[in-house]
Design a protein around this ligand. Structure first.
Ligand SMILES: CC(C)(COP(=O)(O)OP(=O)(O)OC[C@H]1O[C@@H](n2cnc3c(N)ncnc32)[C@H](O)[C@@H]1OP(=O)(O)O)[C@@H](O)C(=O)NCCC(=O)NCCS
Length: 189
């Protein structure tokens, strides 16, 4: 596997065409977990997976998977969405675990690796996470990884059939002391 970062228990790598079957099973089992919090159509068949993959091939987005480094199995996903270059060097994160993988600390480690990768190889300076106020597990996750709450936007995003308020969380290079960020400080390019 071509991992871009490895931690103690998980590693991250780009999503690949060969991940369809495994991801479809995980997403089907997790439909109830995801429905209330995740925007966009669920990836529950080959057609949805292909459309999902096209987003990364055609748009300014990077799709990463969090994998169990021992078995290689997928335990979560993190998308680095809407990358803006120039003077901003920013992106918005989307992420999810699955019913069979949540509540084990995999996402805390995985999201930490994504932050290192984004501030290192991807050359970003800022990452945002927009979270509905009731999504306690997501708030707990970004807080553990070091994000800070910047504000609150009413009717921010269309999720589960309605425009939902979101808390605005973010992390910048200055807030982390990772070796990657120190080695490769983000510069406008
Ligand atoms: C948000 C989401 C990704 C958080 O995932 P998570 O499983 O809570 O995060 P982690 O994998 O880091 O697990 C952390 C939990 O595992 C527990 N845990 C158990 N064993 C652990 C271990 N060995 N090491 C670390 N943590 C462990 C932690 O105590 C923590 O539980 P707590 O929050 O109740 O204290 C997940 O709830 C999800 O997919 N939700 C639906 C989609 C969603 O909301 N996406 C975000 C939209 S903004």
């Amino acid at each position: 596997m071509s991992y871009v970062r490895q931690g103690k228990r998980v590693a991250i790598r780009p999503i690949d065409r060969g991940d369809c079957a495994e991801l479809v099973v995980l997403n089907r089992e997790s439909a109830d977990l995801h429905a209330r919090w995740m925007p966009g159509p669920p990836i529950v068949d080959r057609e949805a997976f292909d459309a999902y993959l096209r987003r990364f091939e055609e748009g300014p987005h990077v799709g990463l998977l969090v994998c169990d480094s021992r078995t290689g199995r997928i335990v979560g996903r993190v998308n680095v969405n809407d990358i803006v270059r120039g003077s901003k060097q920013t992106a918005t994160l989307g992420y999810a675990a699955y019913v069979s993988t949540t509540g084990r600390g995999y996402m805390t480690e995985g999201l930490g690796l994504v932050v290192e990768h984004a501030f290192g190889e991807l050359g970003l300076h800022r990452l945002e996470a927009n979270i509905q106020p009731g999504n306690t597990r997501s708030v707990n996750l970004v807080r553990r990884v070091g994000f800070r709450k910047e504000g609150y936007s009413p009717d921010f995003q269309f999720v589960d059939g309605a425009w939902r308020d979101h808390e605005r969380w973010a992390i910048t290079v200055e807030m982390v002391q990772s070796p990657a960020a120190t080695r490769s400080p983000a510069q406008p390019r």
